[in-house]
Design a protein around this ligand. Structure first.
Ligand code: FMN
Length: 201
């Protein structure tokens, strides 16, 4: 059975709630099993047991939360070194305060997660513009939720973002199901090993 893992970081609950809605969308795809976990609880084996990874972050200082960066450096980089993520499916989502009305760095945060997924050789799933609610709250890189007013008062996830979060989860799960049902291709099976060496001082 294709497995999807939704991995998120969250200090104040917004990204955690967004992750739950993304997972709900993924669960709508029949035959797919979905887990939703805080990033600190996710091991290398959890990732390896999954056909798809959905990664969600709060925007912090125009980039990802350090917890996500730690996960990338401590868990995903080890999988990169053995080509173990090649051919797995990836998608991203983010929440942010969006001060200034131009996104507050959400695109950079999402692109930095997507670029890591590309480096890992994953199959990237964006958010197409025909997604329900895209005209009001869509972003091509994935699902983004602004959880603050223009005066920076914290808000819950706005209703118009819920279909986008669900649809993104469902799209990733659909691609995971498709890729799991196909015979693996040689490029996805081939492994090369790269190790990091520390320079001696
Ligand atoms: C240290 C810190 C830095 C932040 N930097 C940004 C930022 O650069 N851009 C932005 O849009 N929001 C920024 N925010 C707001 C959070 O991204 C936003 O409140 C988010 O929804 C919090 O998610 P959480 O409830 O899952 O922790 C920042 C918040 C914190 C605590």
């Amino acid at each position: 059975m294709p497995q999807v893992i939704v991995v998120y970081e969250s200090n104040y609950g917004h990204t955690e709630r967004a992750a739950a809605v993304v997972a709900e969308g993924a669960e709508q795809v029949s035959g797919v099993s979905v887990r939703c976990r805080a990033v600190g609880q996710v091991t290398k084996d959890d990732v390896l047991d999954s056909n798809a990874l959905l990664l969600g972050t709060p925007v912090h200082m125009g980039s990802v939360h350090w917890g996500i960066k730690r996960f990338i450096d401590e868990v995903l980089s080890g999988l990169w070194s053995q080509d173990l993520m090649v051919g797995r499916v990836g998608g991203v989502f983010a929440t942010g305060g969006g001060l200034g009305g131009a996104g507050g760095g959400c695109e950079l945060a999402m692109l930095s997660m997507l670029s890591v997924m590309a480096e890992l050789g994953m199959v990237l799933v964006p958010l197409p513009k025909n997604s329900e609610g895209f005209a009001r709250g869509g972003l091509h890189w994935g699902a983004y939720v602004r959880c603050a007013t223009s005066a920076q008062a914290q808000t819950d996830i706005p209703d118009h973002c819920l279909p986008l979060l669900r649809e993104h989860g469902a799209n990733v799960a659909r691609v995971a199901a498709l890729s799991a049902s196909r015979p693996t291709r040689s490029a996805f099976d081939r492994t090369t090993t790269h190790t990091f060496t520390r320079r001696s001082t």
